[in-house]
Design a protein around this ligand. Structure first.
Ligand SMILES: Cc1cc2nc3c(=O)[nH]c(=O)nc-3n(C[C@H](O)[C@H](O)[C@H](O)COP(=O)(O)OP(=O)(O)OC[C@H]3O[C@@H](n4cnc5c(N)ncnc54)[C@H](O)[C@@H]3O)c2cc1C
Length: 427
């Protein structure tokens, strides 16, 4: 069967793939999206939009509706080993929206889906890119249409079967297909880990605290922990688990590990949250924890693709990199990648010249090497407080920013990111 062609096929309708499709269409290219899942994300996952992401969404007219569903964070309190605190003030950033917009990923994705629908950009849900082959003029793709059946057992479990297979031809293929990217695998691009994996227990709960514009980053000798205020009177604690704790929950099967929520371990779950608060954040009012809406144990790691693509096939977002969760960098830098690539690709399509696309590979490889601490990262100066200097490496993936905003926030702590200035993609 035939799949109608277009200038660009985007594989993956996660936040980065949908943003990419919207920007390509805005630039005047025809675009189609295939997504193997049946529907957008159903949980909060990456929950903060950086100030620059809000500007990017604004180009699409999406900042206002997104902000209407979000809560704002303009200060990040840094707590270290129960002894030191420092305040990071996002309102000082030279940005149109100098704050983080806290919005659950499922809500953000619903806004992006609605924008795609408004612009008549078709997303083929339940359609999985199966293989592709590029030549000098375009990319031949094969896409499987999947069906979905519940197996009927009490534990929700879905089996998927290939219903039909479609062939199509596109000018370019964008792999926005996440962590286990087929586009990356079939392009034979390596995806090495740059640090051991870390496990986090994430709890989202109804809070009895007054709404706040403050998030908290809590670091001790071994762990990184974050408290986010969420819309709707919710809060989220993400706790890095130590190795012995992680082994209790982990099946090491996938990105998502054992689900410790959903009422399966309700008492234990509540006890664990209270214990972590007592041990690591005694200043937090444990009595404010209400109903635990969602909790999960998740494994995070730092990985970077050896290339961001070539000629007519390119990677964006988690398909090209993974990082630790506190700074919400993977999704937000993913939006910047999509923006940069959409501009270069539009130009390349019009002029039938692909050479300029190499700039995308170079810029974001350089930037991610720095974000992952593979090249020079944050550096302390003579006036940097020693406790901050000691934490510099761990602060790099934990600050909710990239590019020039990351440099500005780091500077508030007395840290410099000199190497990030050179060769980094425009920010
Ligand atoms: C439980 C959980 C908690 C998280 N918490 C945080 C956090 O606290 N902080 C943080 O920064 N990040 C967090 N993340 C990660 C965050 O969700 C990702 O960084 C973000 O979703 C990346 O967006 P993306 O669009 O690049 O990829 P994804 O959102 O992964 O989207 C990729 C899409 O491609 C689809 N796809 C895959 N293969 C194919 C194919 N062959 N054909 C068609 N479609 C395909 C997938 O179904 C998926 O919808 C979390 C993730 C999970 C799972």
């Amino acid at each position: 069967m035939k799949l109608k062609g277009a200038d660009v096929l985007v594989a993956g309708a996660g936040p980065v793939g949908m943003f990419m499709a919207l920007r390509l269409a805005q630039e005047g290219l025809s675009v189609r999206v295939v997504e193997s899942a049946a529907a957008p994300a159903s949980h909060s996952y990456a929950l903060a939009l950086h100030p620059e992401s809000l500007e990017l969404l604004d180009q699409l007219g999406l900042a206002a509706p997104v902000l209407a569903s979000a809560t704002r964070v303009s200060r990040l309190m840094l707590h270290a080993s129960g002894e030191h605190t420092a305040m990071i003030d996002l309102s000082q950033l030279d940005r149109r929206y100098p704050f983080l917009a806290i919005i659950q990923q499922d809500v953000l994705e619903r806004h992006l889906v609605a924008a795609l629908q408004d612009r008549h950009i078709e997303v083929l849900w339940n359609h999985r890119l199966a293989r592709f082959q590029q030549d000098s003029d375009g990319v031949d793709v094969q896409v499987d249409r999947l069906s979905q059946y519940g197996t009927g057992y009490a534990l929700a479990h879905l089996e998927r079967m290939v219903q039909d297979t479609y062939d199509g031809r596109f000018g370019f293929l964008i792999g926005a297909d996440g962590n286990h990217s087929l586009v990356r695998l079939q392009s034979r691009v390596d995806f090495p880990a740059s640090s051991p994996s870390q496990h986090y227990a994430v709890f989202e709960f109804q809070s009895r605290c007054a709404p706040s514009d403050q998030a908290h980053l809590v670091l001790d000798d071994r762990t990184t922990n974050v408290l986010w205020p969420l819309p709707g009177g919710l809060q989220r604690w993400s706790w890095q688990l130590q190795e012995f704790e992680a082994s209790v929950y982990s099946r090491e099967k996938d990105h998502e590990l054992v689900e410790i929520g959903s009422g399966r371990f309700p008492k234990f779950e509540h006890d664990l949250l209270l214990r972590l608060i007592r041990e690591r954040a005694p200043w937090f009012e444990a009595g404010s924890v209400g109903y635990i809406r969602w909790s999960i144990a998740v494994r995070f790691e730092k990985r970077l693709a050896s290339r961001f693509g070539q000629d007519r096939v390119w990677l964006v977002g988690d398909a090209a990199h993974l990082t630790l969760p506190a700074g919400i960098q993977s999704m937000n830098v993913g939006f910047r990648e999509a923006e940069h690539l959409a501009c270069l690709l539009t130009d390349a399509a019009r002029r039938h010249q692909l050479e300029a696309l190499e700039d995308y590979n170079k810029s974001f490889t350089d930037e991610w090497r720095q974000l992952q601490g593979l090249d020079a990262g944050l550096e302390a100066g003579p006036k940097t407080p020693p406790w901050i200097a000691d934490l510099a490496d761990r602060l790099l993936p934990s600050l909710p920013a990239s590019g020039r905003d990351l440099r500005a926030l780091a500077a508030q702590l007395g840290l410099q990111a000199p190497a990030l200035a050179a060769g980094a993609a425009p920010a």
